[in-house]
Design a protein around this ligand. Structure first.
Ligand SMILES: *Cc1c(COP(=O)(O)O)cnc(C)c1O
Ligand SMILES: [Zn+2]
Length: 574
């Protein structure tokens, strides 16, 4: 498409012909693309908002003919000819509602942009698709790139398809599993014993010495333009979601929407820079109303942007020796990306916060167990960041949040879950035993598989709340769970099964929670059974009095985490 290259340092503009390493005018690195489509320069009238809005509407009509890949946004992508597209089916990943997490946090509008579902399992597939296509178009046969892991995998896959040889520089801390996948695609991998910033510098020197094309990452055109497509897709999908339709409906008539927040863990900061450019272009075309606030997170062992942001520095202090197990996020020197992001946050709101590795790993387990989403540790940093901003009240309960679920656990799961994650079952010896005793042996073995001893009854009429509580208990593994959905049947169930603990809602049809408590206390065989109340109700003083001394804990719906409930249960159980 027709676009100009604009230099961030000297503001000079150039016609795009091929990917440029630096600005031909001032020699600086940060370049942006400015499209004829959103910045018409020929007809002065065309720059009016009305004209652009009309163009936006016409564009939406054209999109109706196109399929579910990121190439549907062709007019705003930096490639001249379609025949150069190198594709593995990237883009249009699902936008999933965070059902159980949202329920637990009391935030109904949290959406997960599931970038794990890209061709190589991370959102770097977008970057690879656009960057490798642009290289192909420029006739590049060999190229150099540095990576904290996922760019290496994505670029290797796409360059294999395009017939381009990649020289990939990584640090020795990138997990072996990821490196094996890279090698499988036939890339040349060079492991640098040092930090990622050192690997990046050596890659640049190697490219210069061999006169090879060097991928510039966030400073170049392709990468930022690729990440823009996240914004385009989110606008379409969220438009559907907020109109009550399925997010995956292509070409509906629902207005496109910007979330209140875009959340992502950052290393070089490419994702949010691209996403904000995307929303800005849609706004120029009159297709969305605003740009989102940014919730960006770094691992505290390598948090140059978060630290500098909180010190209110205009230029980032670099981290010379990253100390984190989350290698994907180990960029110590974010350079200009920090300045760009800081300006965006000053204008549209948001924050850059540090997250500890422990917080990230806790979030990783929680998200997998609560909503069935298994992520890599870098992505878990984003979920931990979500929890933090909600806890601090920065994200309000009814704001819409889109969280970039940037990468899958698959390549690194061994490092997360260890060896003791299944239980072994030995089948009884078949040889000399008679059939009958063999079957008995099998039954005993099956019986032993279920070692749960503590019995918990949930009395709760709201099916979502019941599911949430059940899920928290199931994932912990030690409990037999019974459920009732009103006070009368709950009381009967408690009388029959004699549970070790009761989890009780207050507002229920028929006999309410207060009634259940009263009945249990009046029954000498049940009056010692511990009760935990979980309620959506704001209790009056009188109601508090009625419960006082009779229950072990009181939790407010939508404002407790799984660990709070499990702690209370542990305290309450005899
Ligand atoms: C690259 C990457 C990040 C960080 O993204 P940037 O926008 O480049 O800072 C986060 N998560 C995963 C899984 C990544 O691969
Ligand atoms: Zn310049």
């Amino acid at each position: 498409m027709t676009f100009k290259i604009v230099c961030r340092a000297c503001h000079e503009k150039f016609d795009y012909e091929r990917p440029l390493p630096v600005c031909p005018n001032c020699g600086q690195g940060w370049l942006d693309a400015e499209y004829e489509f959103t910045h018409p320069t020929i007809d002065p009238q065309a720059t009016s908002n009305g004209h652009l809005a009309q163009r936006g509407q016409e564009w939406r009509q054209k999109l109706a003919q196109r399929g579910a890949t990121l190439w549907r946004y062709r007019e705003l992508l930096p490639l001249i000819h379609d025949e150069n597209i190198v594709s593995l089916g990237e883009g249009w990943t699902p936008l999933l509602k965070a059902h159980n997490l949202g329920l637990m946090l009391g935030h109904p509008n949290i959406y997960i942009k599931d970038e794990r579902q890209g061709p190589t399992g991370s959102f770097k597939d977008r970057q690879a698709a656009i960057a490798i296509s642009a290289m192909k178009e420029a006739g590049i046969k060999e190229a150099v790139v540095s990576s904290t892991g996922n760019v290496a995998i994505a670029y290797s896959a796409y360059s294999a398809r395009a017939g381009i040889k990649m020289w990939i520089f990584v640090t020795s801390s990138v997990p072996a599993e990821k490196m094996r996948e890279v090698a499988l695609y036939g890339s040349e991998v060079i492991k640098v014993a040092g930090t990622y910033d050192e690997a990046k510098r050596i890659a640049a020197e190697f490219a210069a010495s061999k006169n090879l094309f060097l991928d510039r990452g966030v400073k170049g055109i392709a990468a930022k333009e690729a990440m823009k497509t996240l914004a385009f897709e989110v606008a379409e999908q969220l438009g559907n979601a907020l109109a009550g339709e399925h997010t995956a409906v292509l070409n509906s008539n629902n207005p496109w929407r910007t979330p209140d927040w875009y959340l992502q863990a950052v290393s070089g900061g490419l994702g949010p820079v691209g996403v904000m450019k995307g929303f800005a272009e849609l706004k120029r075309l009159g297709l969305v109303e605003k740009l989102p606030k940014l919730g960006l997170f770094q691992t505290s062992g390598c948090a140059p942007m978060a630290n500098s942001f909180h010190k209110q520095l205009a230029v980032a202090e670099t981290v010379k020796e990253p100390r984190t197990d989350i290698t994907t996020l180990a960029t110590g020197d974010p350079g200009e990306a920090y300045e760009v992001l800081r300006e965006l946050i000053a204008q549209y709101g948001g924050t850059i916060d540090p997250i500890t590795d422990v917080e990230a790993f806790n979030a990783l387990h929680l998200v997998a167990k609560m909503d069935g989403i298994s992520v890599e540790p870098a992505t878990a940093v984003t979920f931990a960041g979500l929890f933090k901003l909600i806890r601090e009240g920065k994200i309000k309960p009814h704001e819409t949040v889109v969280l970039n679920c940037s990468g899958h656990t698959f390549p690194v799961e061994k490092h997360i879950i260890g060896e003791h994650h299944t239980r072994d079952m030995t089948l009884p010896d078949t040889g000399e035993l008679a059939n009958r005793s063999r079957e008995e042996g099998l039954l005993t073995a099956l019986e032993e598989l279920d070692s749960r001893v503590q019995r918990i009854t949930i009395v709760e009429d709201n099916p979502d709340a019941a599911r949430l509580i059940r899920r928290i208990l199931q994932a912990q593994g030690d409990f037999l769970i019974d459920e009732a959905h009103d006070g009368h049947s709950g009381l009967r169930l408690i009388q029959e099964t004699r549970p070790n603990l009761v989890i009780l809602d207050l507002m229920m049809p028929g006999l309410d929670g207060f009634g259940v408590v009263k009945a249990m206390k009046a029954d000498p065989t049940l009056k010692e059974t511990p009760i935990i109340v979980i309620t959506a109700k704001e209790l009056t003083d009188d109601e508090k009095m009625r419960l006082d001394g009779h229950i072990k804990a009181l939790l407010q719906k939508g404002s407790f985490m799984d660990s709070d409930l499990l702690n209370d249960i542990q305290q309450a159980l005899p």
